[in-house]
Design a protein around this ligand. Structure first.
Ligand code: HEM
Ligand code: MG
Length: 330
């Protein structure tokens, strides 16, 4: 079975992370990059494999080490994406497109398509990437969208990206989708990633010596576009969760749902868990999204699924969630 993810950092304070041991290097043509600007940054600095293929435990370690992402948030994000997008038998994930480098595929309907796969984790209303419906490219930095991010940071954040700007820009991107994308959805699993990604730049990209929740826009561009730590960047001052996503939600409470019959037909999905309910989000992701891809696994695959589903569970254990065993217990 795959190795467990690491626990919390021993030293959880701020420190220089754009250091001599982790120089920025442009990716080679054969290196894979994807829709997550933070993972692209970690790959460009060698915190994860520069080829863009790595193990979930190493990605958790890198998210903590490079960005001081809280151990529980790192595990929640990484394992929810890994189980649906990675190869659980070889324990490898592509941070972008599907790749033969993750090893032989398990039986369909499993996809193992890497982080670019639409609607099993990646989803609509990203801040700087287009919707799948727009042109199928969910991964490339989009300057037009980034100009919207800048505009909202000036209008609502005084020239910085902060929680006020995040609340307004999340609503804008949601309305963009409702009005222009007939396939628009932000039901689970997209709901939790959308809101967490709205606050990650505030929590994880503000230099730990600054530590004021106000992201500089030149730093935002450095991460979103160049996937590069700013010079002298120090990671946050303490391990950071995404708990302040509820401030963003409260600014414009939007229930999970999607367009059901063309544009402007947004309808709340009563079966989708709500954002604050992390236990239900974990359960829904395992019971629906994952089981749709892996209805009847056997052998090594079954063992690996059980192990990874358990690692995912450990991310919500401290919230008092009950562990579920849809694939049986060992
Ligand atoms: C977006 C995965 C860690 C910040 C994404 C997306 C994926 C992803 C699949 C695309 C979703 C979408 O926008 O449709 C992961 C995984 C992680 C991880 C597996 C492992 C722990 C992080 C960290 C940060 C971060 C540490 C911040 C330091 C972001 C942001 C976006 C994003 C800001 C939104 C990009 C946009 O909307 O334009 N991530 N991520 N992620 N991620 Fe990550
Ligand atoms: Mg997206």
């Amino acid at each position: 079975t795959p190795p467990p993810p690491p626990g919390p950092l021993e030293f959880g304070g701020t420190k220089l992370v754009n250091d001599a041991e982790h120089p920025f290097m442009d990716p080679k043509d054969t290196d894979i990059r994807g829709p997550c600007p933070a993972l692209n940054t970690l790959a460009n600095h060698g915190y994860i494999n520069r080829n863009g293929i790595d193990t979930p435990s190493n990605i958790v370690r890198a998210a903590m080490e490079g960005f001081n992402m809280h151990n529980n948030l790192a595990k929640f994000t990484c394992y929810s994406a890994f189980v649906v997008n990675g190869n659980m038998v070889t324990d490898l994930l592509s941070i972008g497109e599907k790749s033969a480098k993750t090893g032989p595929d398990p039986p369909q309907p499993a996809i193992v398509g890497g982080l670019n796969t639409h609607n099993v984790f990646e989803g609509d209303s990203s801040m700087t990437r287009a919707d799948f419906y727009d042109n199928g490219d969910v991964e490339s930095f989009n300057e037009t969208l980034f100009q919207g991010f800048i505009e909202y940071s000036y209008r609502f954040g005084g020239g910085r990206y902060n929680l006020t700007a995040a609340g307004e820009y999340r609503l804008k991107r949601t309305l963009d989708g409702i009005q222009n994308n007939p396939t628009f959805t932000i039901a689970s699993p997209r709901l939790f990633s959308a809101y967490s990604e709205s606050v990650n730049p505030i929590n994880l990209w503000v230099d730990g010596r600054q530590d004021d929740g106000q992201l500089r826009l030149d730093h935002a561009r450095s991460f979103f576009e160049a996937a590069r730590f700013p010079d002298d960047f120090h990671r946050p001052a303490r391990p950071m969760t995404a708990d302040n996503e509820e401030v963003v939600l409260a600014a414009h409470p939007i229930e999970p749902g999607g367009n059901i019959n063309g544009v402007n037909t947004y309808t709340v999905d009563p079966n989708s868990p709500r954002l604050p309910d992390k236990c239900s989000i974990y359960e829904h992701h395992v019971n629906y999204t994952l089981r749709t891809l892996y209805p009847n696994p056997t052998g090594n695959l079954l063992d690996a699924i059980r192990a990874n589903v358990h690692y995912f569970y450990t991310s919500v254990q401290e919230r008092g969630c009950t562990e579920i065993y849809p694939y049986g217990r060992v």
